[in-house]
Design a protein around this ligand. Sequence first.
Ligand code: ZN
Length: 626
Amino acid sequence: MIVTQRTLYKLLLTAICGFTVLSACKKDGMGGELTQEEKNNESFTRYEGKFLDELWKLNPDWATSVGYHMYDSVLVLPSEQKKKLVDFAKNNLDSLSHYPQNELNASNKMDYLLIQNYLRKTQWTYGSLKAYEWDPTTYNIIGGFAYILNEKYEPLAQRLQSFYDKMEAIPAYFKDAQKLVKNPVPELTDLAIEQMTGGADVIEKDFIDSLTKSNVPDVKQKLMRERARTSAAAVRNFTAWLKTIKSDKGRSFRLGKSLYDEKFNYEIESALTSQQMFNAAVERKKKLHKEMIKLSKELWPKHMGDKKMPSDSLAIVEEVIGELSLKYAEPSQFQSAIEKQIPKLSAFVKEKDLLTMDPSKPLVVRREPAYMAGVAGASISSPGPYEKNGNTYYNVGSLEGWDKERAESYLREYNNYTLQILNIHEAIPGHYTQLIYANKAPSLIKSVLGNGAMVEGWAVYGEEMMLDAGYGGNEPEMRLMWCKWNLRTVCNAILDYSVHASGMTKEQALKLLTKEAFQQQAEAEGKWKRVSVSSVQLTSYFTGYHEIKQLREEYKKKMADKYRLKEFNEKFLSYGSAAVKYIKDAMLITEVEKPEGGKADQLEDEKEGPVDAPKGGGKKDTTSSD
Ligand code: ZN
């Protein structure tokens, strides 16, 4: 059953009210007085509910994306949202200060810290970062509309009505946006123009197509079509306006050291500073190079025959990797190659007893829905925290219609070795497994304010854990290809920091990626484009991975001969998507009660589900594997 948000919200309210009645009974003598600690935790839980209600009201698009559909029809004007969020942050930081952080239980304490970080980040976003002035992609509202149109969480007619109501504010929205944009970054202006030019089609063409297929009465349809045309025109006017104000003298896309450091602190929530993270990445690169050179020398005779080994060590690695990359699936077999691997991964996890998986939530492999197309590869669409019963999909891109050269280059990148690592990262025991555990964590806050570095770090950690457990038969080829993959996350972190905080040039960046990370020119150019329209996110993979590895070492020491890998993995995941440093505190310092629902039976071989339209869909790992 798919629980719609409105039903679920009612259920939640009932649960909260029921809880209050129960605790009143307790106080009345049935179970004795509540301790002060219990009172604190109860009152904090009530506060969280209030916090979330208000959060969704101010962020309707975000609410829609996590499966909370009460505000689907609302579009908040940017300047109004700015003012209200700043007030919200101030008031809630004040409310939060009245709760005794250190007297809360471990789970609530993590929530406290996540909320506090979110509120401080909000103040910083509007007070210091001010991306609403220089990043026009801030005003790309198309995602919310596309979600309502494409995700089948409610009957079509109902979703079309929400879409229609939400469109009403579009002209005012872009007028308001024009007042806020100042001196925009040229690269981000181009990106906004590109995104919203395509987006205008969602508002007009896709909406009208769906309308035609619906049972909405003709008279009403006419009104809806008219509004769609007016709204799409407003989007196009905004992109036209952006073209007129775009200037090469706009703000630099480089964030600058101090904003970068602050953004890193708020978004990654790491125990490390950005400089320490950078240093750790540089060390990791050295270590990987050493291992890769050793493996490549070993593999040389087997794969390169009598060919003379180059004198430059990195050139040896490059040649062996190039040779191994030639083993790849036929374009027409790409999707089925992925499908066949999923049950093998589950079986391996079970056989090696790495962690318990929930058999009631099988992963459904499907061809990537048309509206997501454009980014080939693979991604996970999982039900949001308010739609726990929805399916989890593994979206696999198709190479149909690609020219031969492009398809071959892509397949060389996702060769037989790397494709298996991609599946581990995206699916088992990577993102899919982690998200199932996260949805079982006892608090919504950890799902909603989840930490990207923990999520990506876990997927990267999972790759290495599988290889260490013998996945791929301990083949040196597999290990070498994983090293290349791991090197990519390491170089992403080095690149991001160097470009935004210390002025690395494009030439230096391309050299790093092609010479030291063994990437193709096209891939490296793509990465340069990405680092010039994003910041900090590219460091999340490495930082999370590095911190999880460190935590595991310390946990091993603490547990001594009682240490079990499975127990570590399950305990780590049981806290939900909280920042690694908070999980570390809970695992190393305090002993906490085991969160509910952490256990499940062994996963049976997953049956491939029907390939149909998307349901639910809270988070999409669009950045997929790197
Ligand atoms: Zn990922």
